[in-house]
Every structure is written in structure tokens, then in C-alpha cells.
Design a binder for this molecule. Sequence first.
Ligand SMILES: Cc1ncc(COP(=O)(O)O)c(C=O)c1O
Length: 436
Amino acid sequence: MTDTLALSLPDLDVVPAVWSRYTDLVIDHGQGSWLTTVEGERYLDYSAGIGVTNTGHAHPRVAAAIATQAAKLIHGQQNIVFHEPGLLLHQRLAGLMPTPGWGAFLSNSGAEAVEAAVKLARVATGRPAIIAFRGGFHGRTGQTMALTSSRVTIRGDFEPLPGSVYHTAYPYCYRAAGGPHDPSACTCDWEAQLETLFAQMVDPRHVAAFIIEPVIGEGGYIVPSPGFLPRLREIATRHGILLIADEVQTGYGRTGRMFAMEHWGVTPDILVMAKGIASGLPLSGILAPREMLGKWAPGAHGGTYGGNVVCCAAALATLDVIADEGLVENAAARGRQLLAGLAPLKDRHEAVGDVRGLGCMVALEFVHPHARDPRSPDPSMVKRVLAEALKRHLLLLSAGSWGQVVRIIPPLVTTQHEVDHAIGVITESVEAAAAA
Ligand SMILES: Cc1ncc(COP(=O)(O)O)c(C=O)c1O
């Protein structure tokens, strides 16, 4: 039956090439950490749909919540009516923050939620400028492209982009100008560079917000030095600048905490969520103090589908699954297991420049060890590793400004046994790629 289905499909080039492709797999269904093709081949999915399927593919409780809700009401527009899943979700999301008084605004995609955060920060402060961090990724709309500096491909062909956006250094300890070092003894000069930006380009009195990924995602899974976010919080508070945490990729348990900012005990002023929030249905949102949300005049922001009722039902079921199955704790444990299993690769292969991660965001950075600069990025090695892993039925992704990073994003339901299997496959794939 699957062969007939495959034969009846149009050529794959009906989908435009702008969706730069990792694989040509045509998937029939997914379950937990696994995807099955129309030919019946199974793949361990450590891409998780780019960090979305935290509860695994088609979790039965999430699927049931979606089906039940879809049979009752598919669209109840936010400006026109209230609905029970939406009301409950707003309340539960606010409860994810450490103090009372928070509220949520719901939208459809990560980029849309970042747009909302920037619009709110400008209204709340009456200031124009936004400071983003080098290597960060925030989306593909006009404003979010302007904030993004992870790769030139994202923004390079689309200038001019919205202004009053400034970029400053993020502590990327492996690529620090003074040489690679352990983040726990960070010597990156990010604070001096920020002070220089204030002195040369933008007065802090004109800055509405910093926007920061607590762990840089598309830019290469870069975990900051321990003092960075607490210090940034101090600087923001001192200047009356809001701190926006873009937790689109790091949130919802991915790093072994519900939100990554918790690792450093830092509370942002606005938190951006998407990806894992509804296990794959398009939903996103921001969390901010209700008082701040109230500064938006009625009608100042919105959208036809924001807080869609089926997506809200999926999001409520997702929160239940995360709590009942201990997925945040599992993310921390499986992440430690992955890092421990992959760390020896750095000693065994000169091409592996760095092995790093936090929770279930794990990365291998590849370099040309015999180049004049031994940290010279090696994207070709990454492509070979991904291809070798795919041959062994493991899906991985790349990241990094040069495509020099293999990123490993298991669903948070992944098991100890699956992680052991993945470590074996990745080890073999690096060996095969290094020998090629
Ligand atoms: C940190 C971060 N912010 C924003 C986005 C944009 O999200 P979306 O693709 O849903 O618009 C992404 C997507 O990868 C992301 O990783």
C-alpha cells in the first residue's frame, strides 16, 4: 500500500528549493522519537522538527486533545470570542513564571512572537533601539531578520532591513579572539564591546531592549559563560533597558529547565516562546508582566489566528505531558548522557574542535585542525557526518555561521537506550566522515 502511495505522489520539486533540504525522506507517520517513511523505513529523529516535537511525534494525549477540539471548534477568533482552551492556556502559561502578575499574548510562529516582544518593548519604554547579539537567530520576517546575525543567508539578500537595531558580542568561548577557553573561566570581552557600542553608536537611554537567546541556537548551540546573563540583567536594569529572552528554541524543557534562563536565576522582562509549546501545531507567544501588556492599546497588535483554539488544546495537553512524564528532568539526564558519550570524540578526532551543550541541545563543532588557524570552520565535515548518520537512519541537523556545527536535538521523550544508540551512530559517522 505504501508503494502505491509513493508512486502517486508528484515529483519532489513541486516544493521550492528555498526550503534548503536535509533529506528527501517522505514520511508517513511518526511515533515518539521515530519517523517512518512511506516505504516503511524507520529513522531515529534527533532533529525533532528543529526542536519542536519535545513530547515526541504524535503523542497520543496531544493527538487526542487535537482531535477532540477539532470536532468541537477549529477557529474562534481572539478579537471576537473567548474560548475555554485559550483562557486556560493564558492562565497556565502565566503560572510558568516565578512570580505572580504575568500574562501571555499568543501568536502563531516564533518570528511573530519576537515581533510582538519588540513592539511591546518599544511601547512600554517609549524608546526606539534594540540590541541583539552576534550569532543570534530570531526569525525571517523583516524585523526579525534585522535582529538576526547567525548567517548571512538569512538576511543578506533582503536589505534594507528595519533600523535602530544594533548587534554586540556574545561570549562564544570556543571562538574568542584571545583563544578558546573554558566558559567557567571566561575571558571574552563582550562587556567592553557593549560599552563601546554605547559610547560610539547608541545611547543606552534610547535602547528599549536587549534580545538574547540564552543558549544560541541556529548560530551553533553556544552555551554562554556562567556570569554572562546575570551581568547582562544588571546592565539592563541599570539603564532601564528591558531584557527579552528569546526562548523559542531553548524553552519548554529543552535545556533541562522549563526555560533556560532559570539555569542562571535570571528573570527576563519579556520571554518569547514557540516551537515546543504545542508539540508541532503552530502556536507561539510572549510572557510579560500584565501591567506591561496593558500598555498596548486595544487593537495595537493582534492577528487572525493568534491563540487558535486547536493549538491551545494541543498546548494544554503538551504541558500535561511535560509534567506527568517528567520531560524536563529527562531532558537534563539524556543531555548529560549524550555529552558524556560524545565528549571522547574531541580527543580521538582533531577535526572535532568542541563538544558542548545544555540539556538536549548538544553540538559538535568541526574545524580544519591543520589550517593556519586551527579553528578554521569545516562545514564539509558536517555535511559528511550528517550524510553518514542518515545512512545509519539517524536524523541530525547543522548549525553555526559557517555550517560548521552538528546539532543534536532529541525529543525530550527520548530514552536512555535511544541515546546510547545515537552515541554509537554518531561516533561511527564521525569516524566514517573523517576517513572519507
Ligand atoms: C531562537 C529562535 N527565535 C525565533 C525563531 C523563529 O521561529 P519561527 O521559525 O517559528 O518563526 C527561531 C526558529 O528557529 C529560533 O530558533
